[in-house]
Design a protein around this ligand. Structure first.
Ligand SMILES: NC(=O)c1ccc[n+]([C@@H]2O[C@H](COP(=O)([O-])OP(=O)(O)OC[C@H]3O[C@@H](n4cnc5c(N)ncnc54)[C@H](OP(=O)(O)O)[C@@H]3O)[C@@H](O)[C@H]2O)c1
Length: 340
């Protein structure tokens, strides 16, 4: 016996990846529903070799369904997630709506799987922000060995993190640069994204940081350890898929770069590619479609007592969203629902 699974936002970037990953990982599915807005009624989406017709979320009754993987914006999530949860269906949500709610666990299965027990308070589990998810997979095994005091991270985030319209904007703006009369003005982003970088993701906060930067701080504390200090600069770059991060970590104890490399090689969800030669590292185009978070450029930071620098790359639609959500569903199945 398997599960009845609803994928909410099935026509979006994350929703389509959720369907792909459920099929790739052979999640024990008895029945699957692809849901989106009424605009997409009847739109076909792939689930392995099958084709599903998208149904209208507004008309859907979640009673009798086991798990709903939500990948729609926070506003629509606010309306529909409580309905699904109330109907007895466990919601695994990709939006930021519930991430900081003390009654909702925020889970990266390689890092804090035991938090799954907290799901019963609201019948909702939150999936972290894409940049946080890949970073904490790398931080956790190092923290267990040498206790992290402080993290300084700069991100290089792909446009797929802003939804399907942003992918079109980069594509059309790039083409338009070379065709007179077909220039594309910024719409999703406040400035040109083609051949440019934008040091601004999500809204500005009072202290001058952005909400995306604040998310990395708050979510790392909730998932790994509240004592870890994080300071982040989040930057959008003209890459379609794959987020990169330059991470500087200060530890309480000394950690040698070779030991750090060995620890990361053994850690779940991580692939180390770290040769000190041209091309001996991973770039975002190489991580697309993979499950792993890639770590390269591991080296001592000799400007502080106990410091390590590293480069972290992952498919933001996978580990940063859809894969992590499916891994949470697997964890829920193994530890709580126990079907299949
Ligand atoms: N992309 C990432 O890397 C990433 C990472 C982590 C979290 N997230 C979060 O995941 C969510 C989805 O992101 P995305 O990148 O997949 O966005 P997207 O490509 O723009 O897709 C949005 C999806 O939500 C559906 N939707 C929107 N409003 C709806 C409504 N009122 N009722 C029903 N369905 C509705 C859309 O359906 P229609 O096609 O019918 O409009 C579409 O399926 C967002 O909350 C985002 O913040 C994204």
């Amino acid at each position: 016996m398997g599960y009845k699974i609803a994928v909410v936002g099935a026509t979006g970037n994350v929703g389509r990846e959720m369907l792909n990953i459920l099929a790739e990982r052979q999640f024990p599915v008895d029945e699957i529903a692809a849901l989106a807005s009424r605009r997409s009624l009847g739109t076909e989406v792939s689930f392995g070799d099958a084709t599903l017709k998208t149904r209208d979320l507004e008309q859907f009754d979640f009673s009798g369904w086991d798990i709903a993987l939500f990948a729609i914006g926070s506003d629509a999530t606010k309306e529909y997630a409580p309905k699904a949860a109330k109907a007895g269906c466990v919601v695994i949500d990709n939006s930021s709506l519930y991430r900081y709610d003390p009654d909702v666990p925020l889970i990266v299965p390689e890092v804090n799987p035991d938090a799954i027990t907290g799901h019963s308070k609201k019948n909702i589990i939150a999936n972290p922000n894409c940049s946080t998810a890949q970073m904490v997979v790398a931080l956790k095994p190092l923290h267990d060995r040498a206790r992290i005091k402080r993290v300084v991270v700069s991100t290089y985030q792909s446009v797929s993190g802003s939804g399907k319209e942003a992918i079109d904007e980069l594509w059309n703006q790039t083409k338009g640069m070379y065709v007179p009369g077909q220039e594309v003005a910024p719409n999703v982003y406040p400035k040109q994204i083609a051949f440019n970088v934008i040091p601004h993701i999500d809204v500005f906060l009072e202290d001058g940081s952005t909400k995306e930067e604040w998310k990395m701080v708050a979510e790392t504390k909730k998932i790994v350890d509240p004592s870890i200090k994080v300071t982040a600069t989040c930057v959008r770059v003209p890459v379609f898929v794959g987020h990169s991060e330059a991470i500087n970590i200060e530890f309480e104890e000394f950690l040698d770069e070779d030991e750090a490399r060995d620890i990361l090689r053994e850690a779940p969800g991580i692939m180390v590619v770290d040769k000190r030669e041209p091309g001996g590292y991973i770039t975002p185009v190489e991580c697309v479609g993979d499950f792993a978070t890639y770590i390269s450029r591991i080296r001592q930071d000799s400007t502080i007592e106990n410091g390590i620098n590293l480069w972290c790359v992952s498919d933001n639609l996978r580990k940063g969203a859809a894969l992590n959500a499916v891994q949470i569903a697997e964890l829920l199945g193994q530890r709580v629902l126990k079907k299949g």
